[in-house]
Design a protein around this ligand. Structure first.
Ligand code: SF4
Length: 483
């Protein structure tokens, strides 16, 4: 087992320059306070709050019909909603249960959905280059269930054998055994993401997710020995009882365990929307000012530890494929965050899953009974979605460029979409001047470029190009805060 050695005395001072040449001055607390608004994370554009129920199965089938003879690679997402216990910060679509028979039934319906989906595609000529099991807790499944699921995924889709494929799973260390790690590697996964959230016992207790360091340490060693291509840790900041000093102690352990990627999410306390959060005492949450200090500290410590801050809460080692993809201009964003492979279409299977094709997004029912009822009638379980207009497609491209590369060439956008950038985005360019004054962006005749200092504000900049934010709505969306 790796012994964790802690070097908590690394330079974390603002302005410190890390070994990788990046600067910890990514963070300016005054700007964080000034630009801390609520905003989308842009895993899609238009964002999911714009999906509507006028969009249905027929629209999805129509779009898939247009692409019927495509041979482009596919991305596949499978949602496994079951969890043993409830984490109080949870905002996911999940089913907390101890009744294992529920899994049996769900797997049967997933199989049925795959069988229906498969009819729409030229499946055997479309290699699945990306596969992701998310949840819920995918490791709630036992080994036989995992094997069965992968077996019939391979039956209905063309799973790739390429070493470059990207097959990932979210795991909960409390339901991950060493034997499951062996199995996951054996059935084709090459990436694992562990839900760490925080190592502090008091924080863990307050959010009802108690998991110990030694178990995780053993799992990390075992994962490394099994040659998974990459290991990700999910962390959350803004949880009850967190402070700069508690997060510093958690980061000591995280840095010592050295995951290839770290996703550091901002906890959004929305108890009216997410019932589990009502069990969190709002008085125990860090104040907005403390949260900014915590975030600044995270960025400073991780960049000092040689992680690259690629934006939107994501940090990667310079050797990780995401860092290389970014350097080569191949990074993209999808519903799982940043990704190295730009599969043409995404097929989402299971409750609440989102599918994405060139001109539509389609989301399955979140309610499990409605999901089952559609499949009982041999219908795809579409609850809502959106057909993209030409304007949406241009803006999606602009937002992808900014989110992935922090810069865009107006000329490239103009040539690709046959538009005049300065005229279509005149309002956005005017509003960008404010960010230029704060040195968050640099503007030239052809380029919009977000500076290192502007990295925490990528969402703010993307929001300027989001047409829908200015439109009236019947229901106000509850986006998380930038910080
Ligand atoms: S946070 Fe994840 S593991 Fe916890 S209840 Fe929600 S879905 Fe389940």
């Amino acid at each position: 087992m790796t012994m964790i050695t802690i070097d908590s005395k690394q330079s974390v001072a603002a302005g410190a320059v890390a070994e990788n040449g990046t600067s910890a001055s990514y963070v300016d607390p005054i700007l964080l306070e000034k630009y801390d608004v609520r905003g989308p994370r842009y895993t899609s554009y238009p964002t999911a709050d714009r999906f509507h129920e006028d969009f249905g199965e027929r629209d999805l089938l129509g779009e898939m019909g247009e692409n019927k003879y495509s041979i482009a690679p596919l991305s596949l997402y499978i949602h496994l909603p079951f969890c043993n216990t409830l984490c109080y910060y949870c905002g996911c679509n999940k089913v907390v249960t101890n009744v294992r028979q529920l899994v049996r039934k769900y797997l049967d319906y997933i199989r049925k959905e795959m069988a229906l989906m498969r009819l729409q595609f030229n499946v055997y000529q479309r290699p699945v280059t990306q596969l992701h099991w998310g949840g819920g807790t995918p490791t709630f499944l036992d080994e036989a269930e995992m094997t069965e699921l992968m077996h019939y995924t391979a039956k209905y889709f063309n799973l790739s054998n390429e070493s470059q494929r990207d097959y990932s799973i979210e795991v909960d260390p409390r339901s991950l055994t060493l034997s499951k790690i062996d199995l996951l590697r054996g059935i084709g996964f090459n990436r694992i993401s562990i839900g760490i959230q925080d190592f502090d016992p008091r924080v863990q207790k307050a959010v009802n997710r108690v998991q110990n360091l030694e178990t995780i340490q053993e799992q990390v060693d075992y994962i490394r020995a099994r040659s998974f291509r990459s290991l990700n840790f999910d962390l959350i900041y803004g949880l009850p009882h967190q402070s700069v000093s508690t997060i510093d102690a958690t980061l000591d352990k995280v840095i010592a365990l050295a995951p290839d990627r770290i996703s550091c999410y901002n906890y959004a306390h929305l108890p009216d929307r997410f019932q589990p959060q009502q069990r969190i005492n709002a008085d125990d949450l860090p104040t907005p000012a403390e949260k900014i200090r915590i975030f600044s500290h995270i960025v400073a410590r991780l960049t000092a530890a040689n992680y690259l801050y690629i934006g939107m809460d994501h940090f990667v080692k310079p050797t990780d494929s995401l860092a290389r993809a970014k350097a080569e201009g191949k990074l993209c964003r999808n519903f799982q965050g940043y990704s190295i492979l730009k599969a043409a279409d995404l097929v989402g299977i299971g409750i609440s899953s989102i599918s994405s094709f060139s001109h539509v997004y389609s989301q399955n029912h979140k309610d499990i009974q409605r999901y089952y009822a559609c499949l009982d009638e041999n219908r795809l379980p579409v609850a809502k979605g959106i057909a993209l207009s030409d304007d949406d497609v241009v803006r999606r491209d602009v937002i992808q460029q900014l989110a992935c590369y922090r810069q865009l060439s107006k000329k490239t956008i103009e040539e690709t979409h046959k538009i005049c950038f300065d005229s279509l985005f005149a309002d956005a360019l005017t509003m960008l001047n404010r960010y230029r004054e704060d040195r968050i962006v640099e503007l030239s005749a052809d380029e919009v470029k977000i500076s290192d200092k502007g990295t925490p504000f990528i969402r703010n900049i993307c929001m300027l190009f989001d047409r829908y934010l200015a439109e009236p709505r019947t229901k106000t969306p509850t986006f998380s805060r930038i910080i």
